[in-house]
Design a protein around this ligand. Structure first.
Ligand SMILES: O=C(O)CCC(=O)C(=O)O
Ligand SMILES: [Fe+2]
Length: 203
């Protein structure tokens, strides 16, 4: 038994091959995590996400926001966003993520899922601007949700639960070899906020 259960263990790789996923479990107490949830809900400049998918203009129910060291332009699904300057809490959380992963991040993509109807389809975060094999730190607040990885060739899937106040790190060749998704669910009626701290390659 681990008597020091508050010790963060980001050592074990949860993927069997071709990439690295490390999960902290609850990094914050429930009180701290709930406080961050409320502050993020109320201070972040949430906007519905827009995308062009197969020529169609889509507006998602999920809300997003994009923050960073500088006004980076970030383009995906044929829409461009400009990073807003860090808020106090986002900077605190960025430092917590950096302390736990040993990596450095210069930007953060935030997602607000209002309930289990909202999710994110299988994708890899393999945009050129992210650089190759860089670390992404994913923090979750609010409702617990299932998270899935699927290998692009073997189709093997690995599932886990992302808890309130937890940290998940994705790194190495993961984005080349694995997809990930947040499946919608009929069992969750409360919101969840996810933060992915990223390292953009700057010119
Ligand atoms: O909400 C999540 O846990 C995942 C979000 C994600 O994969 C992304 O923003 O690229
Ligand atoms: Fe992602």
């Amino acid at each position: 038994m681990d008597l020091f259960s508050s010790t963060i263990n980001l050592n074990k790789n949860l993927l069997p091959y071709d990439g690295t996923v490390r999960y902290s479990g609850q990094l914050f107490t429930v009180e701290e995590a709930n406080a961050y949830f409320e502050v993020l809900l109320n201070t972040i400049d949430w906007k519905n996400d827009e995308a062009f998918i197969m020529g169609k203009h889509i507006i998602t129910k999920r809300k997003v926001a994009w923050y960073g060291d500088r006004e980076y332009a970030y383009t995906y699904s044929k829409t461009t966003k400009h990073a807003l300057p860090w808020t106090k809490e986002l900077l605190e959380l960025k430092h917590t993520a950096e302390e736990n992963t040993g990596a450095k991040y210069n930007s953060c993509l935030l997602n607000l899922y209002h309930n289990g109807d909202e999710g994110m389809a299988y994708h890899s975060d393999d945009e050129k601007a992210l650089g190759k094999n860089t670390s992404i730190a994913s923090m979750s607040f609010g409702a617990e949700r299932k998270f899935l990885f699927k290998h692009k060739v073997s189709k093997e899937t690995i599932g886990m639960i992302l808890e309130n106040g937890s940290l998940l790190e994705m790194k190495d060749a993961i984005q080349t070899n694995w997809l990930h998704r947040l499946p919608p669910t009929k069992k969750v009626f409360t919101p969840r906020i996810n933060l992915t701290f990223r390292s953009m390659v700057t010119k």
